[in-house]
Design a protein around this ligand. Structure first.
Ligand code: UTP
Length: 299
């Protein structure tokens, strides 16, 4: 049986320019949905999928990400002394026991492909996951990465998350062409980074979750800058699928692009409306806002 993924890579060395000025000092991955930063949603998804080694590709400005996963002794002591055990539990569970965090610096933001390549020595010769934390995937059942890891374990093939997007949006995504789908999976025949709608091979867009075989590293080493002058993961995957099977996986769940303003707003609304304690009040707040602005009822 092919091995189960144990290691997950989180490329968080991008500049996050779409969220300036906030991202001048706060890394994009630390922006919250309610009370948890985006990175925590991705980390929880990786742990649920069975990963116990989390590899963060950071840059020298992103101390906040490393600090967040570090132990906060003073805070823990204070919470313990004042009997705030619920809050204590929350900060202790940022990384559960048995899960380790490794930080690798990407000296220059040369692209997502280059960021993944920075993890090579930590990953070694085994399949691994890549999660882009600004893609938040909400699902009541198993997380997207768990669904994909199960599929990868069954076949041994690399698996890439995809979703259908309007054709007008293909230039914002990596787009795949596949053989027919059996259940949620179809073999990828071609992958192109950000094609214009007229030349896009389909409207199936790559979303920020990957399970990759380690052969990708050798290909990334040979990949030259592509779209936007960056070393693109998509270009290395295009070569990988000439050598081995790479499957597209239509995950169950709703993906929010929290790298954009509207995506972060949408995710916040979704998590608030689905929140155990906040949902009724959140619904009322939204209704009040619409009333005050003179907008008709939500229904
Ligand atoms: P994005 O394309 O969203 O870029 O990167 P960005 O810099 O984060 O954000 P904007 O576009 O300027 O607002 C996709 C993912 O790849 C990582 C980013 O951190 C993000 O998770 N990335 C990108 C790197 O780690 N290194 C790079 O060189 C480029």
């Amino acid at each position: 049986m092919p091995p189960r993924i144990r290691k997950a890579v989180f490329p968080v060395a991008g500049l996050g320019t779409r969220f300036l000025p906030a991202t001048k000092t706060v890394p994009k991955e630390m922006l919250p949905i309610i009370d948890r930063p985006l990175i925590q949603y991705a980390v929880d998804e990786a742990i649920e999928a069975g990963c116990d080694t989390l590899v963060f590709i950071t840059n020298r400005y992103k101390h906040a990400v490393a600090d967040y996963f570090d132990k906060a002794y003073e805070l823990e002591q204070k919470l313990e002394r004042s009997g705030k055990l619920e809050q204590l539990e929350l900060i202790r569970n940022v990384l559960p026991p048995g899960v380790r965090a490794v930080f690798v610096t990407q000296a220059e933001a040369l692209g997502l492909g280059h960021a993944v390549l920075c993890a090579k020595d930590v990953i070694g010769n085994e399949p691994f996951a890549v999660l882009l934390p600004d893609d938040v995937i909400w699902n009541r059942g198993p997380g997207a990465l768990k669904q994909m890891a199960d599929a990868a374990e069954a076949t041994g093939a690399s698996v890439i998350a995809v979703q259908d997007v309007p054709r007008s949006q293909t230039a914002s995504y990596g787009i795949v062409a596949t053989d027919g789908f059996a259940a949620r999976q179809g073999r990828i025949r071609a992958i192109v980074e950000k094609p214009a709608p007229e030349v896009a091979p389909s409207n199936l867009a790559v979303v920020g979750r990957y399970v990759l075989n380690p052969g990708i590293f050798e290909l990334l080493e040979k990949t030259t800058p592509g779209a936007g002058g960056e070393i693109q993961l998509t270009d290395a995957i295009a070569t990988l699928l000439e050598r081995e099977t790479v499957n597209a996986y239509r995950f169950q769940g709703t993906r929010f692009d929290c790298g954009t303003h509207l995506g972060l707003i949408e995710a916040t609304i979704r998590y608030a409306l689905d929140h155990e304690k906040l949902s009724d009040a959140a619904r009322q707040l939204m209704q009040n806002a619409l009333n005050e602005l003179g907008v008709e009822d939500l229904a």
